[in-house]
Design a protein around this ligand. Sequence first.
Ligand code: PPS
Length: 275
Amino acid sequence: MKEEAGVAFQAQVQVFQAWPNDLLICTFPKLGTTWLSEIVDMIYHDGNVEKCKWNAVFNQVPFLEMNDPNMPNGGSHVILLAKTPSLHLVKTHLPVQLLPVSFWDQDCKVIYVARNPKDVATSSSYFYQMAKMHPDPSTMEEFLQNSTAGKVAYRSWYAHVKDCWEKRQEKRLLYLFYEDMKHVRKIAQFLGKEVAEGMAAKIVHHTSFQEMRKNPADNYKTLPSWMMDHSLLPFLRKGIAGDWKKHFMVTQNKRFNKHYEEQVEGSDLCFHMEI
Ligand code: PPS
């Protein structure tokens, strides 16, 4: 039954009809999707904080694979988007090969965010505790084993980040890194929007970890606790590069480095990550 639902869901996503002006934000989970969504939303609203801060981030930038139980008709975001006849800002965690073909047919712009895999594993292990659609992460050791084996949602971080890196040559695709996300003007330029320096500074401030953490609309607070248990952790948890150092044991780090080297061998994609 679960498999049938998965096939039906995949079919629903695949028939999604993109418009030429749509923007797709594509990432592996925990790479900074919510942060980038807020930045893009502010750029499109000319830095108007009031317009951006009230609506849940997943309404501002609907999540292609999500069903929101607070919405009528099962809350399918694919259906919601189909009913919105204007510019779509869309978020997805799908790997580049599984994106609905209409995004490519319409030559839509895509922004990809990557983040170093050690912080992703750390962030994910916490997220799996609060987000009840995921299995319990168990110990860090077990979670790391599962992560490196691709036995997590959306499978392998390596394939995801590398495949999109290759795609950037042939598509209108901006490849960003979590660690460089404050470069608002670079993002605006890609979107074809003029953003003066003062406006960029305002957007950087409003989308800082401290500001976004205060805003329930950015923290998935409207989701029911059976989906996300906010009593365990806030969605915006730590928001830094290098938090993995507090969580990896020396042996785990060595094993992770070895696996990392094997996986990225031959690719010119480079992460500034301490080893
Ligand atoms: S999800 O669930 O896959 O959509 O999560 P995603 O939004 O991709 O990633 C969540 C992590 O991004 C951090 N985050 C931020 N860091 C810095 N500044 C800002 N403004 C910001 N917003 C979100 C968030 O805290 C998660 O990382 P960790 O390391 O767990 O804190």
